[in-house]
Design a protein around this ligand. Structure first.
Ligand SMILES: [Zn+2]
Length: 113
């Protein structure tokens, strides 16, 4: 379960932000996970529940936002949502797609005071 490693990375980043901004308390961390990334949001939440008590933010929430798989078709110019498991162009069935979104794993927001 590599989600545990990702959660550690997030906590490390949050630690830095907290230190740099002199924050007292982290209430929530909002992550953006692409639906084509191999990250399972449920595992992220489970990994956080296991990790939280060992961090400085045991009561913080970790929220995962799923980002849809988006692509541009290099054949017909279609731009929009594609099937995340077998991406092909919904308009012309071409597989010549440029994935524009859906593979990211980002911290969108840290809600803290
Ligand atoms: Zn197309």
């Amino acid at each position: 379960m590599h989600e545990l490693g990702l959660v550690y990375q997030v906590v490390k980043t949050v630690d830095e932000v907290v230190k740099q901004n002199g924050l007292q308390q982290v209430d929530e961390m909002v992550l953006q996970v692409g639906e084509m990334s191999d990250v399972v949001p449920r595992f992220i939440e489970e990994a956080w529940r296991a990790t939280a008590p060992t961090t400085d933010y045991p009561c913080a929430k970790m929220t995962v936002e799923i980002m849809p798989a988006m692509a541009k078709c290099l054949d017909c110019g279609y731009e929009g949502h594609v099937n995340s498991f077998a991406p092909d162009c919904p308009s012309c069935q071409s597989s010549m797609l440029k994935i524009t979104s859906g593979r990211q794993f980002d911290i969108k927001e840290i809600i803290a005071k």
